[in-house]
Write a protein that binds this ligand. Structure first.
Ligand SMILES: Nc1nc2c(c(=O)[nH]1)N[C@H]1C(S)=C(S)[C@@H](COP(=O)(O)O)O[C@H]1N2
Ligand SMILES: [Mo]
Length: 196
């Protein structure tokens, strides 16, 4: 890291703990019942994966810092799971010609949603994580499976993910409808929507 690019974004403080940030109820999903669906713009047929088929798509590990908009940051989280590239190539193979989505809405067990522009969603660092710091993801942290997007505030890292809705253009997920920024870049302190 150079001096001009500090590791901690403005307005954040470092914690060694791993806080749980959840709005509402924590859903419990057994891997035997777990389903992951992809539908929406450009797809005539919905894709449905069960736990084993989804995990068989590929394997990837990253170590990345996490920044929550409520101002805590946690360094060096080791995430392991299914890489975005594998999931996206399976989706792309099912897209109708010339109907590329502009954004996605991530859906979760329990009803939480969050939106990402396609380019942010396809950051090669992103993954669907089943493990954190070498252990299966605990339920409060999104187990059995969560999305992880390191380069945006952590509210985009959807816990208990259940599916991806392809959108023609960007829309607002749960926190984005309640005043959070549409995109949420921690390096630009894109916290609230009045800043858009
Ligand atoms: N389904 C779901 N995903 C979610 C949330 C939530 O309330 N529900 N909270 C978000 C927020 S605001 C943050 S900071 C991170 C926190 O992840 P953690 O609880 O594992 O620290 O999860 C994000 N993903
Ligand atoms: Mo957060």
């Amino acid at each position: 890291m150079s001096d001009s690019q500090p590791r901690l974004p403005n307005g954040q403080f470092l914690t060694e703990r791993f806080p749980v940030l959840t709005y509402g109820q924590t859903p419990t999903v057994d891997t035997a019942d777990w389903q992951f669906e992809v539908w929406g713009h450009g797809m005539s047929d919905k894709i449905t994966w069960d736990w084993d088929d989804f995990n068989a798509l590929g394997s990837h590990e990253t170590v990345r810092d996490m920044h929550c908009v409520t101002t805590w940051s946690r360094y060096d989280n080791k995430w392991q799971g299914v890489p975005i590239e594998s999931v996206w190539s399976a989706i792309e193979a099912n897209l109708e010609d010339d109907l590329k989505p502009g954004a996605v809405m991530l859906h979760c067990y329990g009803g939480y949603t969050t939106n990402l522009l396609l380019d942010d969603f396809l950051n090669p660092d992103n993954l669907f994580a089943s493990h954190h710091d070498g252990q299966p993801l605990t339920i409060p942290h999104g187990g059995p499976m969560r999305f992880v997007c390191h380069h945006l505030y952590a509210w985009k890292s959807a816990k208990w993910i259940s599916g991806i809705e392809l959108l023609e253009q960007d829309d607002r997920g749960f926190w984005e409808r309640h005043g959070y920024h549409l995109r949420g870049d921690p390096w630009g302190e894109e916290r609230f929507s009045y800043q858009e």
